[in-house]
Design a protein around this ligand. Sequence first.
Ligand code: BDR
Ligand code: CA
Length: 308
Amino acid sequence: MIPLIIDTDPGVDDAFALALALASPEVDLRAVTTVFGNVPLASTTDNALRLLELCGRPDVPVAAGADRPLVHPHPHRARYAHGSDGLSGRASTLPTPSRAPAEVDAVTLMTEVLTAAEQPVTIAAVGPLTNVALLLAAHPSVRSKIGRLVVMGGGLDVGNVTATSEFNIWSDPEAARRVLVEEDLPTVVVPLDLTLRCGVDLDWLAALDAASQVGSALVGLTADYQRYYQRMGWQGTVLHDAVAVAEAVSPGLLTSTSYPVDVDCTTGPARGALLADRRSALISTESGVDQRRRVDIALDADLDRVRA
Ligand code: BDR
Ligand code: CA
């Protein structure tokens, strides 16, 4: 079993990602750490506690992390997609948490789990990368315990917050640059280019609704989120974070290619863009940019397998 930490900002698709990890015997979910993002930190933390309660796993420790980006505070939240409370206005329909979050913060909990782990741990980061950046800055020695970092973020040919930028990277580009460009961890990035192709339709949602109480509760959380995707012409929904967690659960499920990457941390129109150099190796070598950090980017998959 792969030990797993999920760093998250629930978020409707984060909810599905958590449930997927808990339903997967391949992984042992050792901690959930929360970060600001789709909604403020207090809500993402409360949502995580409620979701673990729903899934019958109130034993998984939850710790709250960063409530703002590293450098440039910004007021933007994704309520337009995830609803007022991050769960389509349905958070209060989930079980009331039977406990408070851990007294330690996210970075401390991640450090404790990593230090105690008997084998390399996968971290699935499906929100802004602030907690992971702080972890690596404050506790560099834990790097050797991180087997894999799987990140939902970026869009090479498409953005969702701006024309160039995806929400998680755009929410804290300085943290993303620190983690994706300045570090050297084995990393897989799962961008919008692939997650948008993995959308699930109304039949998929109906089947999950009928499958179990947990499935039905999850489908109930998609109301506002479905409306957001309907406005874009998709009847169903898109579970970005669950696609990334599927790769954490089943390494190699997604097909990845290694590219030199950078993150735009300027305050211009491309702020928060994930840049991957997809030119031929020869051209990028001649221009010298292949000196940049290379990261695996998942751009393809057997889509039916991902949905299953
Ligand atoms: C990402 O942004 C959030 O709104 C989702 O939860 C996902 O992590 C998609 O861009
Ligand atoms: Ca998320």
